[in-house]
Design a binder for this molecule. Structure first.
Ligand SMILES: Cc1cc2nc3c(=O)[nH]c(=O)nc-3n(C[C@H](O)[C@H](O)[C@H](O)COP(=O)(O)O)c2cc1C
Length: 244
């Protein structure tokens, strides 16, 4: 299935068969990751595919495999991770696998050859669980629980529908879009103390995820940049600007 079509059908999966996908499928996923588009091409990222023995965390479900994502810590690195790996999330669901971002998960390597992976200075960022799912892989657009277009933008714009449908940590949907002269700017919701303790920095990943949907829906025209003096918006901070 086309990645753009997956945007309107995908969901997070938490009920998996524990058998591991075939090597051919794993290689296809690795190839896709290597060719995914970055938002910040100067930030080094990489990932490894690991099993249950190498993750820990307070979650009640387990996937047979996980993508453990690492990145250099430079400005924009979290948004960059969201942007690259949401393309991967869509790809996984396009080839018949379920997936779920896992902000609560930790990379706890027990396997010797995986332990070495952390020695290059790049930091562990987040996990995505994936595998064959027991329930329905897709859902209908009417089943998405999301804010309305007029709650996430300064004017109703159907081109932003793909961003509206993006997944986010605890479905927080922290994005706000404004229309500028020939381009858009995207902002992230400031968190109060309690929300910050729950979400940490995950919302910056969420914005990258929403931008990935905008890129997948507009691959020929999508262009990301930062302006020097963004318009201030109360309770939100600026992430970047884009053309679609
Ligand atoms: C950055 C990020 C972190 C997430 N962390 C978790 C998690 O730790 N555990 C979990 O069960 N779901 C997690 N999710 C999945 C969200 O809860 C889910 O995307 C959101 O509720 C919307 O549901 P949907 O993806 O089915 O549309 C995460 C999603 C994102 C984008």
């Amino acid at each position: 299935m086309d990645l753009k079509d997956v945007i309107y059908k995908r969901r997070s999966h938490r009920d998996y068969y524990q058998n591991i996908p075939e090597d051919e499928t794993i290689n296809e996923i690795k190839d896709f990751i290597l060719n995914a588009k970055p938002l910040y091409p100067d930030i080094e990222t990489y990932s490894v595919i690991i099993g249950n023995e190498d993750v820990s965390g307070p979650f009640r479900w387990k996937a047979p495999q996980y993508i453990a994502i690492f990145s250099e810590k430079k400005p924009g690195y979290l948004t960059n991770v969201g942007f690259i790996y949401q393309q991967v999330d869509l790809f996984l669901q396009s080839i018949g696998l379920g997936s779920c971002w896992l902000g609560m998960g930790k990379f706890k390597p027990k396997t010797e050859d995986i332990k070495d992976i952390t020695k290059n200075g790049e930091q562990f960022v987040i996990l995505i669980g994936f595998g064959k799912v027991k329930g329905e892989l897709y859902r209908d657009e009417s089943q998405f629980k999301r804010k309305n277009l007029n709650d996430i933008s300064d004017s109703i714009d159907r081109k932003l529908e793909v961003a509206r449908l993006a997944p986010s940590a605890i479905n927080s949907q922290p994005w706000y879009f404004i229309h500028e002269d020939g381009y858009y700017s995207v902002y992230c919701k400031e968190l109060n103390f309690i929300r910050r303790r729950i979400l940490g920095n995950l919302n910056k990943i969420d914005i990258g995820i929403a931008l990935a949907h905008l890129y997948i829906a507009n691959p020929e025209t999508f262009e990301f940049f930062e302006v020097d003096s963004p318009i201030p918006i109360k309770d939100y901070y600026y992430i970047g600007s884009f053309k679609i």
